[in-house]
Design a protein around this ligand. Sequence first.
Ligand code: NAP
Length: 310
Amino acid sequence: MTVIYQKVALIGLGLIASSMAHAMRAKGLAGQIVGHAKSAETRAVALEIGLCDHVYATAAEAVAGADLVVLAVPVGAMAAIAAEIGPHLAAGATVTDVGSVKQAVIAAVQPHIPNGVHFIPGHPMAGTEYSGPRAGFATLFDNRWWLLTPAAEVDAQALDRLRQLLQAMGAKVDTMDPAHHDLVLAVVSHTPHLIAYTMVGVADHLAQVSNSEVIQYSATGFRDFTRIAASDPTMWRDVFLTNKDAVLDILGRFAEELFVLQRAIRMGDGDHLFDYFTRTRAIRRGIIEAGQDTSAPDFGRVGASKKTDA
Ligand code: NAP
């Protein structure tokens, strides 16, 4: 493959940035990869395992001369980082981010982007419940969507170049309006995560069911909730604080549906339950047909952690 960016600066060196570093290296897509993370420990690991050619103690130093800057920090940290790097960005550079929420990140970052620098917000819909610089792997983005939410007046060449990089890393790229992105993600990712956190919290509080029973019999569906509920607390706190309106909208609808199902159970309305579950089964089939999961039996599976659509 050919080099697409001469110098890529990764700001934040966790799961997503380290996966990008591995994917770019595996395919020779970057001339040089440099980085910055908050802690000296993460910066040392990034050097030790070869994620970066250089690491810098400040984000401002890391972005100097970079033709691509990737903001891969929690959503709540984006504004301060953007303010720090703004004056140090090279003319003609592209800045992108990988934050799970788009409107809040655009509001936090765009004001700090100087004229002549292209800001193209993005969100890879791939993740795992692990975090940190050792969590990444080169195939994380294979066949996963990477949504870009550029402004209407985005530079077409800059957008094409970024799209080339993401596709070369294995991703499928689509563009979307930021508000629509936040609503879609509230449905497919953010609210399901909140429900998983809640369900695991409920099990934790249930005095009649002992901890050992919860763990021993977890294969019956609960296990998938525990995997999702093990996701990074900082990242998910920031997601809910910054995608508040869309998540509250979907949660309201969820609560209404839940009450209807609760009533059907109370009234013994088997027809309602059967019809409802038949409709939801069709959604699962649609996901398999779209290639977003396999039809292999999954309950009782063994082996490695699965990717999620974070
Ligand atoms: P992560 O593994 O927890 O890594 C976060 C990185 O950001 C760490 O290197 C951390 O440094 C650094 N960081 C945090 N605050 C910082 C600050 N103020 N200045 C400089 N560096 C800072 O996180 P991640 O999973 O890669 O997530 C990164 C972004 O991707 C988030 O915005 C998240 O919403 C988005 N995202 C995540 C997933 C997912 O499933 N994980 C999927 C799609 C998008 P230290 O290690 O030194 O603390």
